[in-house]
Design a protein around this ligand. Structure first.
Ligand code: SF4
Ligand code: SF4
Length: 151
């Protein structure tokens, strides 16, 4: 029986929702909020540092802040709770629910053509599920803890 903790983290495709930049409780959102708090009104200082330090990098602060604001916005609660907010036409979630499997590798039709993934994600999906099948979901989860979602 797969623990709820693992299922909450790892979506049926094998991707780690908790490490996704869009996850409401993920590290990326948490650290972005923290960094925005620490930076305060840095936009004012970025303009000053442009001259004081003489480095044009400070001109790019508004873009950096826009990205942080984007990461910090409240977003997704994970694939087990709602349709993916990034891959809006993901075919795995509705299909996996219909098939009644926790992960695609448990399905007799794996690997199928129902995912709607692009080649990069499709290859990753196959590789993740083959790995899960080989070493088991618990070991896969443990191994994945130290890795980024964006290798
Ligand atoms: S369901 Fe999609 S958007 Fe939501 S956390 Fe998982 S991968 Fe990210
Ligand atoms: S048919 Fe494909 S998408 Fe659906 S559960 Fe099976 S492997 Fe996953």
């Amino acid at each position: 029986m797969i623990s709820e903790q693992i299922k909450a983290a790892l979506a049926p495709c094998g991707l780690d929702c908790e490490k996704c930049f869009a996850h409401v409780d993920g590290d990326i959102r948490r650290y972005s909020l923290k960094l925005l708090e620490k930076l305060g009104n840095f936009e004012v200082y970025a303009r000053r540092f442009e001259t004081l330090v003489g480095d044009p990098i400070f001109k790019r602060y508004p873009d950096f802040k826009a990205m942080l604001d984007y990461f910090a916005q409240e977003n997704c609660t994970g694939c087990r709770n709602e349709q993916c907010k990034l891959f809006k036409n993901c075919g795995v979630r509705p299909c996996q629910q219909e098939k009644g499997v926790d992960y695609c590798h448990q399905c007799d039709d794996f690997p199928c053509e129902k995912t709607n993934f692009d080649k990069h994600l499709y290859d990753r999906w196959v590789a993740m599920n083959e790995k899960i099948k080989k070493i088991g979901i618990e070991a896969f989860y443990e191994k994945s803890r130290g890795y980024t979602r964006y290798p």
